[in-house]
Design a protein around this ligand. Structure first.
Ligand code: COA
Length: 159
């Protein structure tokens, strides 16, 4: 299809694995804005980046979100996929795109099951996860914290 003159194209979503310092800082910024009870230092993010796949997401050069994929572990080979989108950029498909990418990555690592974690106060996140087939498994408060977390597991289609 030929593009009409003057027609603007939407900026494409781009993701980068948080490996260098700038990308680690971007990932940390989004994470700490969205889940303040679990705010992390740069050193903690650096340590996490060695164990998990952390990605930052951009519309052109504008930071819009981030994701975490924890690789499969345990007998059930459970992987965890968490996506976060800054409030100003929500409701236009970015979370879904990041989630699908994270899910594909987890499956590529041989995940037998997929879980996610949502802050209970985050109604939007809970609705998003449930709309994609995740079912609540557990609610808990971590030692020394007051925020409530919810673990959810993806129920395979057709069950
Ligand atoms: C959950 C979260 C990532 C969603 O991000 P998002 O970019 O708003 O996600 P999307 O835009 O893809 O989808 C949000 C809703 O908008 C709808 N939507 C998507 N594109 C749309 C469009 N172009 N126009 C209108 N609605 C649209 C989706 O259908 C979706 O509705 P649903 O959840 O009822 O299915 C975001 O709210 C967030 O960061 N929450 C806090 C972190 C969190 O709890 N993460 C855990 C979830 S794994």
């Amino acid at each position: 299809m030929t593009k009409r003159q003057g027609e603007a194209s939407a900026p494409a979503l781009r993701t980068e694995t948080a490996e260098d310092e700038d990308a680690l800082r971007d990932w940390r910024h989004v994470h700490n804005v969205i889940v303040p009870p679990a705010a992390m230092s740069l050193d903690e993010v650096r340590e996490r980046s060695r164990r998990y796949r952390l990605e930052s997401a951009y519309l052109e050069d504008v930071l819009v979100g981030c994701s975490t994929v924890r690789p499969p572990e345990g007998e059930d080979r459970v992987a965890t996929v968490i996506v976060r989108v800054l409030p100003a950029f929500r409701g236009r498909g970015i979370g879904t795109a990041l989630y699908e990418k994270g899910l594909a990555h987890a499956r590529g690592l041989g995940a037998g099951a997929v879980e996610t974690v949502v802050l209970a106060a985050n109604a939007e996140g809970l609705r998003f996860a449930e709309a994609r087939g995740f079912v609540e498994r557990e609610r808990y408060v971590l030692d020394g914290e007051s925020a409530e977390w919810i673990d959810l597991r993806l129920v395979p289609e057709g069950r």
